[in-house]
Design a protein around this ligand. Structure first.
Ligand code: AMP
Ligand code: MG
Length: 429
C-alpha cells in the first residue's frame, strides 16, 4: 500500500464521464501501471492435489527426485544392439535372442553378434546402446542383417535426458497449465503448494436494475453486468461472492461496501462512478477507504474508480455493459492475476488489415469490437471487420466479436485496407 497515497495525491479527482476528448484524462497505460504497481501477490498458500492445481499459481520451486526417463530406453520399435556390431561395410548378421517390451524388460545381457527385438519405451538391455529401426533391417527368420548406414547410439533415449534427478521441473509463480500438471505427474509429485484463490465480491448498483426472472416496468432493465462479471471471474478461477443488486441509496450502498470488503480480497462494482450518479457513492467510498475516481482516455470505459476499502482492493467499473467488460479485461484481470502471484505479461497482439472504415476521434485509445479471420487470398495475413454498432451499451458487439481492434490515442480513424493492431480474445480470456 506504500504508493497508494502518491496515487491519491497525483490524480485529479473528477468523475466526469462525458464522451468527448478531455485533455485532463489519464492515459490507459498509466492507469494500468498505477494499479499494477500496487498489486502484490497474496502470501497465503495452500497445498492441493495436482489435478486441482490447474490454473493456480505455483507457490514453490519444484525439483525432481527421479530421472525422467527413469531408464535408458528405445525411441523406436526395432532391434537393440551393441554399436560395435555396426559393420564398416556390407552387412552383418545378428542373432535375435529375445524381446524387450515397454514395462517388461529383457532380463539377460547381450553380447556381440546378438540382438534383442525391442519396443518403443522398453528399457535398453544390458550390453546394448543402439536401436536399429525395424524398417532398416533385413529379416532372416528370427535373425536380422544390418548395414553400415546405422549410427552408434541412435534411437535411444538416455535416462534423465528430459529431467535429471535434482533438475528444476517448474518455477514459483508459474500459472499451471495441463502440460504442467502432466509434468508434475511425470516426476511422481502428488500435491503442490499454490497461492490461495482470491476472494472476489461484486455487486451492481442502480435503481433501474432488475434481476432476471422478474418482470420489467417502464424504465427498468435486466442486470446483465453481474452475469458478465460472473463469467469473466469464473474463467479466472477465483472464489466468487455475488452480492446482488444494490439500490442507489446511501445506507444500502454503504452496507454493501462494508459487507463486501469484510468478505473479500477484491471488491468490484458496476455503475455509479460517472457524473450524474448519486454523489453518495463517492461520499461513502471516501468515508470507508481511499478511492480515486479516474477519467481514463479510453472508449469505452472512461470512468473508473480504484483504491482500497478497508483491506480489500476496490474497482468501481462503469455501468455500461461493454465498458464493464473492457475495463475488466484491461485493468481488473491483470490486477487479479498479479494478486494471484502471476507476473504481468503484455497480451499478445497481431496486425491485421481492416476491411471496414472505422470512425474515431483522436485523444483516447479505443477498443472496438471486431471479427478476426485469416485472409482467403493470403493465409499469412489476417483481416478484421467491426461488429456493427459500437455503442458502449451494445453488448451484442462483444458477443459477436472475437477480438478488440485497438485504435491508438492519436488515431483519427481507419480507412478500409489500413493495418490495425488486434487483440484476439483467445489471448486474454
Ligand atoms: P451508470 O454508470 O450507473 O450511470 O450506468 C450507465 C449505464 O449502464 C446506464 O444506462 C445503466 O442503466 C447501465 N447499467 C448500469 N448497471 C447495469 C447493469 N448491471 N446491467 C446492465 N446495464 C447496466
Ligand atoms: Mg447507475
Amino acid at each position: 500500500m506504500s504508493s497508494n497515497s502518491t496515487v491519491t495525491d497525483s490524480i485529479e479527482r473528477d468523475p466526469s464521464c462525458m464522451d468527448d476528448f478531455d485533455p485532463n484524462s489519464m492515459d490507459a497505460s498509466i492507469a494500468l501501471q498505477l494499479i499494477l504497481d500496487q498489486m502484490e501477490s497474496l502470501s497465503t498458500t495452500e497445498t492441493v492435489p495436482i489435478r486441482d492445481a490447474l490454473n493456480r499459481t505455483l507457490a514453490e520451486n519444484i525439483s525432481s527426485t527421479i530421472n525422467v526417463p527413469g531408464h535408458t530406453n528405445s525411441a523406436m520399435d526395432g532391434y537393440a544392439i551393441d554399436s560395435n556390431d555396426i559393420p564398416n561395410e556390407g552387412t552383418k548378421k545378428l542373432t535375435n535372442i529375445g524381446t524387450a517390451w515397454a514395462g517388461r524388460p529383457y532380463q539377460g545381457s547381450v553380447t556381440q553378434g546378438e540382438c534383442i527385438r525391442i519396443m518403443t519405451g522398453a528399457a535398453m538391455p544390458e550390453g546394448t546402446n543402439t536401436v536399429i529401426m525395424q524398417e532398416h533391417v533385413q529379416k532372416d527368420g528370427d535373425n536380422i542383417h544390418i548395414d553400415q548406414t546405422n549410427q552408434a547410439g541412435q534411437n535411444v533415449r538416455q535416462a534423465g535426458e528430459d529431467i535429471p534427478i535434482g533438475g528444476t521441473v517448474l518455477r514459483q509463480s508459474k500459472l499451471l497449465t495441463p502440460s504442467d500438471i502432466g509434468l508434475l505427474a511425470s516426476v511422481g509429485i502428488t500435491e503442490v503448494n499454490v497461492v490461495k484463490k482470491l476472494r472476489v465480491a461484486f455487486f451492481s448498483t442502480g435503481d433501474e436494475l432488475r434481476p432476471v426472472g422478474s418482470d420489467l416496468e417502464l424504465g427498468q432493465i435486466y442486470d446483465s453486468n453481474r452475469y458478465t462479471l460472473h463469467g469473466m471471474l469464473t474463467r479466472l478461477g477465483v472464489e466468487i461472492i455475488d452480492l446482488g443488486v444494490i439500490k442507489d441509496k446511501q445506507e444500502a450502498v454503504q452496507a454493501a461496501f462494508i459487507d463486501a470488503a469484510d468478505k473479500a480480497d477484491v471488491v468490484i462494482t458496476s455503475g455509479g462512478v460517472s457524473v450524474g450518479d448519486a454523489d453518495f457513492v463517492k461520499e461513502t467510498l471516501e468515508k470507508l477507504g481511499k478511492v480515486n475516481f479516474w477519467k481514463v482516455a479510453m472508449k469505452p470505459g472512461r470512468p473508473l474508480a480504484f483504491g482500497k476499502i478497508k483491506n480489500a482492493w476496490f474497482f468501481g467499473l462503469p455501468g455500461n455493459p461493454v465498458s464493464v467488460m473492457v475495463t475488466f479485461y484491461m485493468f481488473v484481470q491483470p490486477a487479479l492475476k498479479k494478486l494471484s502471484g502471476c507476473p504481468y505479461q503484455t497480451p499478445l497482439m497481431i496486425s491485421a488489415i481492416c476491411k471496414t472504415k472505422l470512425r474515431k476521434r483522436p485523444g483516447r485509445i479505443e477498443y472496438q469490437r471486431g471479427i478476426l479471420t485469416q485472409s482467403k487470398k493470403d493465409p499469412t495475413q489476417y483481416e478484421v471487420i467491426k461488429t456493427g454498432e459500437q455503442g458502449s451499451g451494445i453488448l451484442r458487439s462483444m458477443s459477436d466479436a472475437n477480438c478488440f481492434i485497438i485504435l491508438p490515442m492519436e488515431s483519427s480513424g481507419i480507412d478500409e485496407g489500413d493495418k490495425v493492431q488486434v487483440l484476439p480474445f483467445s489471448t486474454i480470456i
